[in-house]
Design a protein around this ligand. Structure first.
Ligand SMILES: Cc1cc2nc3c(=O)[nH]c(=O)nc-3n(C[C@H](O)[C@H](O)[C@H](O)COP(=O)(O)O)c2cc1C
Length: 339
């Protein structure tokens, strides 16, 4: 049983809820198949090379799972990548930095997918200029795919279906080899500033920073509510709105049906559900067994796209090594309480 579930068991306090979650009929039917369909459709349904590449790109990691991407197909071989301004995160990502990083992850998965089909992706970034200080509707990229015999598939792309963002505590009995951390950062692009942390003292220091940054986010009502508002509770809601943060699976759904874990109980910062969420994250963040980071000398939109490309490559490399990564953005977020 996942540790987060065990933690919530402590507050469930209702045998009926636990029995419902464990009931075979209930548990067997809680998978949100419609929301998960893109993971099985990728690469299989489409003949158009652009659609094939894009069907993988939509599996990209992105902040709060907002999936902001919008694509317009143009002619036979091109498309423009833009974004839905309704999918921004104005409180935790006030300058849209994280959203642009996620769009960089999208472009890199698209490029790798096209390469695995023998296509070169010619990417013209910000063809109408870099949108500053906020995204303003100007597109991210215009892309043309061309058959190219010199293009080779990346071994990292083989991990596309194994890559996820971990949201569970790490196994603290298994140290991560410094060589594995170095292998993860080795796949970042030439201009990236990367680093690894594997010594116990610095790990503790970063655990403490990430934990305190998490507390700032969840104790600041507007930044905390930005997460609560995009939570999707149970199968029906996840299928209807596959973006956002999923609170799915038989156990969480049973807690939701019992009224224990709902948008309202989580929004109430004096509730047990809120306190339990904090306990869950304390365990998660204090279990980090090593860190990798990627940065850029400046913070232009181009740097953000490059960081996203590096990010997803590092995430794929970790998957290849059998390691999980939990992205941590909080300490870098640009709002006064976090400063
Ligand atoms: C720029 C960026 C910032 C993110 N920040 C966080 C974070 O602070 N905490 C977290 O748990 N996940 C974070 N994520 C991971 C997303 O939640 C995750 O990618 C998304 O929910 C999709 O899930 P998947 O990566 O497992 O496919 C971030 C992802 C990106 C690209």
């Amino acid at each position: 049983m996942a540790k987060s579930r065990r933690l919530f068991l402590r507050i469930a306090g209702s045998t009926a809820v636990i029995a419902a979650a464990g009931a075979v009929g209930f548990a067997a039917t809680r998978t949100p198949d419609k929301a998960l369909a893109p993971w099985s459709v990728a690469g299989s349904t489409y003949t158009d090379a652009r659609m094939r590449a894009l069907s993988y790109a939509v599996l990209a990691p992105n902040p709060h799972n907002q999936q902001p991407w919008l694509v317009t197909l143009e002619g036979d071989d091109s498309f423009t990548l833009s974004y839905d301004l309704d999918q921004m995160l104005p409180h935790t990502d006030p300058f849209n930095r994280q959203i642009v990083i996620g769009l960089g992850c999208f472009l890199e998965l698209m490029r790798m997918a096209a390469a695995s089909d023998g296509y070169r992706a010619d990417v013209d970034l910000f063809p109408k200029g870099q949108p500053e200080p906020l995204l303003d509707g100007r597109p991210i990229a215009r892309v043309t795919l061309a058959k190219d015999a010199s293009v080779a598939a990346s071994p990292l792309f083989a991990e596309v279906f194994n890559r996820r963002s971990n949201k569970e505590p790490f196994d603290t009995s298994r140290p991560v080899a410094p060589a594995d951390l170095a292998a993860i950062t080795s796949v970042a692009g030439a201009g990236a500033i990367t680093g690894t942390v594997s010594d116990g003292e610095t790990i503790d220091h970063l655990r403490d920073i990430s934990w305190r940054a998490h507390l700032v986010e969840v104790e600041t009502p507007r930044t905390y509510m930005e997460s609560v508002e995009v939570m999707r509770f149970g199968k029906a809601e996840i299928n209807a709105k596959p973006d956002g943060i999923d609170m799915g699976g038989p156990f969480l759904e049973a807690l939701n049906l019992a009224g224990i874990l709902t948008r309202d109980t989580l929004a109430d910062m004096s509730s047990q559900a809120y306190a339990q969420g904090i306990d869950m994250y304390r365990e998660i963040l204090w279990s980090a067994m090593g860190y990798v980071y990627v940065g850029a000398a400046e913070n232009t939109r181009l740097d953000q796209i490059a960081a996203g490309r590096d990010w997803v490559r590092m995430n794929l490399k970790a998957a290849q090594l059998g390691l999980a990564i939990h992205p941590l953005s909080q300490a870098l977020q640009e709002y006064p309480e976090m400063d």
